[in-house]
Unconditional design. Structure first.
Length: 373
């Protein structure tokens, strides 16, 4: 390509006079039940990176059990990671020798699943004599939308909603984050899955609940949006938090009290989704207004919910803010977002030791007010 590439030690190669340095970074994601690898290319800090390839292999077997079985997930990663990485490199049109660094998810997630990716990533980096970069899974979700949308850049207010997390984060700059609120019990994605089970829908339940809710009558089952009753005042602890256990219980009572669940199923789904989305949207937009943010970024698997995205955009218009959300492929767990976050840390000179370990829980690097997360 006529470009000098990143040196084996991770510093910029001198190259010929006037040549640009290029970084080719491999991202690896194995935090739950997707084995994923991706390659991003960058011509230097401040330049928009290019996503060269993305491969995602989902483990459909967990649907049989109604949830992810950690041991099965870990074993599947062990058998899948080599061909997934090989395919990502082939799709990018490069070989192992052209890689500048490896970025790998090391927290949070299922410990056995994480170890599969961390172990492979460290071994690969060591064999190639290139750096390994540790990436926090939830920070990856913060970066996901920016791969497709040049406007999804800080400063912004972020709502991260997935099966394991619901977090409201103010992001004045990459690497600088403030946790304003989080779930006190069920994550939004977990609430969708549990309600789907109550309604006899498949796992994972998010898209099935959304599809069913689209056929439901609004207001027939009107559940109370959690934590929006005025009990929590601005500047008080808990003002930005969310809670979905009570909403889940209300749905359970509605299902048990139904004399004709086939008639009521879609209306119950609609009532549940309306209440959950109202809470998420209201909390997010008022936090953005409070902090003076004109951009809102949605990340995580629940951001695939088009009803949520549409509601957020409509509500954000009132404060003159725009809403940015990645495509479904980049909203769910994927290595592209890990590669993008890893590139940020790599270009700042951050490197992990080969003693890098996996952690089931860990705060996002640079996150303030992170106690307990």
């Amino acid at each position: 390509m006529g470009l000098a590439r990143q040196s084996r030690a991770g510093g910029a190669a001198a190259g010929t006079a006037g040549a640009l340095s290029v970084t080719l970074l491999l991202g690896i994601e194995t935090s739950c039940d997707e084995t994923s690898a991706a390659v991003v290319e960058s011509s230097g800090p401040g330049e928009r990176p290019e996503l060269r390839s993305l491969v995602i292999l989902s483990q459909d077997v967990h649907a049989v059990f109604g949830g992810v079985v950690p041991e099965i997930a870990a074993r599947a990663h062990l058998t899948s990671i080599v061909p997934v990485v090989d395919k990502a490199l082939a799709d990018a049109g490069i070989g192992f020798s052209e890689l500048s660094a490896v970025a790998v998810t090391h927290a949070p997630g299922l410990i056995g699943a994480l170890l599969a990716g961390v172990s492979y990533g460290k071994a690969l980096a060591h064999s190639l004599d290139i750096p390994v970069v540790a990436v926090h899974h939830m920070e990856g979700h913060l970066f996901a939308a920016s791969l497709e949308d040049p406007d999804a850049e800080p400063p912004f207010m972020a709502l991260l909603v997935s099966g394991g997390h619901t977090m409201l984060i103010d992001c004045p700059a990459w690497g600088s984050y403030e946790l304003l609120g989080a779930t006190r019990d069920d994550a939004a994605g977990e609430a969708f899955d549990k309600v789907a089970k109550l309604l006899g829908l498949p796992y994972p339940g998010g898209r099935y609940v959304e599809e069913l809710a689209a056929r439901g009558k609004p207001g027939r089952f009107k559940f109370k949006p959690p934590m929006l009753d005025g009990t929590w005042k601005a500047n008080q602890p808990g003002y930005h938090d969310v809670s979905f256990s009570g909403l889940k219980t209300a749905v359970l009572n509605a299902v048990r009290g139904s004399s004709d669940i086939e008639r009521d199923r879609a209306d119950i789904a609609r009532g549940f989704q309306d209440a959950l989305i109202e809470t998420l949207v209201e909390k997010t937009v008022r936090a953005a207004d409070e902090r003076g943010r004109s951009r809102i970024v949605l990340g995580g698997g629940v951001a695939c919910n088009r009803t949520l995205v549409a509601a957020a955009r409509k509500r954000a218009e009132r404060i003159g803010a725009t809403v940015h959300s990645a495509s479904p492929r980049l909203s769910t767990d994927n290595a592209a977002m890990i590669a993008r976050a890893g590139l940020f840390h790599f270009e700042r000179g951050e490197r992990a030791e080969l003693s890098l370990n996996a952690f089931a829980t860990l705060p996002i690097p640079g996150l303030k007010n992170a106690a307990g997360f």
